[in-house]
Design a protein around this ligand. Structure first.
Ligand code: SF4
Length: 372
């Protein structure tokens, strides 16, 4: 009888691997090869990409391909927030691009219109850039995350990337790493020496949105169960409500998930929690309409924001935010709550204070992240 194990559900559409010639023998490529070989996807073809290749093309129905690539750019970046609103100012560790799951509202559809899941395989370059940045001034502190151009844990089963990062950061006391995901993979946990320097994070939404707009992801209960496992192991967790969607029944839906959080966690186990209303670059709307015809929320009443993105009319945003914040406060949440990309007026109206009263959003979240 075969010992081969099936891949986790969200990785089963991977049908091919591309690898840059220079990365063929990298530890990461070897690991992906070994891990795939242990699964029922062992016969996936590998294609070596020569250095002079213009670009890798892959199109095979809804199948996806991994691309283990030598990345030549900057691995540590600023989050592409705008100055027009209060931005949380976290730093991105760029480990790859694209995501094997499919959420109708996902902004990555506008950035990457192919089915290539790119992973930067030159980890030695990444670690040397990070080492330099984090050691340059030991008094400087960093709040970093990998979940901006990809999901932090989606490919972890094959790459072990987050575990490597967690282990690397054991030597950098001045860095807190947030691992943000919609799936459950806790294999990075035993790499962490300090539970106070890693913030496992899950995005949550109303059950209706989870069921109708998020595909190949873990259930809400699975995510919260994983958050509880982390909290019991001594980690503090982060939760994100982004995007909050205005749909018929949103009050019941968001009440349900908010109440559910506290069946699994206590407020002091949550480092911070963001609230962000659905925002949409103009070029994303037709892509959502094409890819997800059931997504009717894109026809809500929007106005152009100062960042060029469409956002829900302010009175509707205020109504949703106030409703959710009141409910979260009843459960004991307070200073952990923040808005993603909102103005001082919205902060003042809903929270009764602005980021200025907290010493600035970036400073406040840095303190929350470091557990102060
Ligand atoms: S899990 Fe996150 S990155 Fe992946 S498709 Fe959904 S929103 Fe996009």
């Amino acid at each position: 009888m075969s010992d081969l194990k099936p891949l986790p559900h969200h990785l089963r559409r991977i049908a091919r691997v591309f690898v840059d010639e220079s990365m063929q023998d990298s530890p990461l490529a070897r690991r992906v090869r070994d891990r795939l070989a242990a699964t029922t996807h062992a016969d996936i073809p590998w294609t070596v990409v020569p250095p002079d290749a213009e670009r890798v093309a892959f199109s095979q129905g809804d199948a996806q391909a991994l691309y283990l690539k030598e990345y030549k750019g900057r691995f540590l970046r600023f989050c592409p927030g705008t100055r027009a609103y209060h931005c949380c100012a976290y730093r991105i560790i760029h480990i790859g691009e694209n995501c094997p799951m499919a959420c109708s509202y996902c902004i990555l559809q506008a950035y990457f219109q192919d089915r290539l899941l790119k992973i930067w395989a030159n980890q030695d370059d990444l670690f040397s850039q990070l080492g330099e940045a984090f050691s340059a001034d030991p008094a400087a502190r960093f709040r970093v995350g990998t979940g901006e151009f990809t999901d932090s844990l989606a490919l972890e089963h094959l790459t072990g990337y987050s575990r490597d990062l967690v282990a690397f950061l054991n030597d950098h006391d001045n860095v807190v790493l947030e691992l943000k995901s919609k799936v459950v993979d806790l294999s990075w946990m035993d790499g962490a020496k300090r539970t106070d320097r890693v913030l496992p994070a899950w995005s949550l939404n109303a059950p209706f949105i989870n069921e109708h707009e998020e595909f190949h992801v873990s259930t809400l209960a699975e995510r919260l169960d994983a958050a509880r496992t982390c909290a019991q192991a001594g980690f503090r967790v982060c939760l994100h409500f982004d995007p909050i969607i205005h749909y018929p029944g949103w009050r019941e839906g968001y009440s349900q998930i908010i109440d559910m959080i506290f069946d699994y966690l206590t407020p002091n186990q949550i480092a911070y929690m963001s609230l962000g209303s659905f925002r949409c670059m103009p070029q994303l709307t037709p892509i959502i309409a094409d890819n997800f015809p059931q997504a009717t929320y894109i026809y809500n009443e929007f106005v152009p924001g100062l960042d060029g993105k469409a956002r829900l009319l302010r009175p509707l945003r205020l109504e949703q935010f106030s409703f959710m914040v009141n409910r979260l406060r009843k459960h004991g949440m307070d200073k952990q709550l923040y808005f993603c990309m909102e103005s001082s007026e919205v902060w003042q109206h809903v929270f009764g204070h602005t980021p200025k009263h907290l010493g600035g959003l970036a400073n406040h979240l840095m303190s929350q992240a470091f557990g102060e």
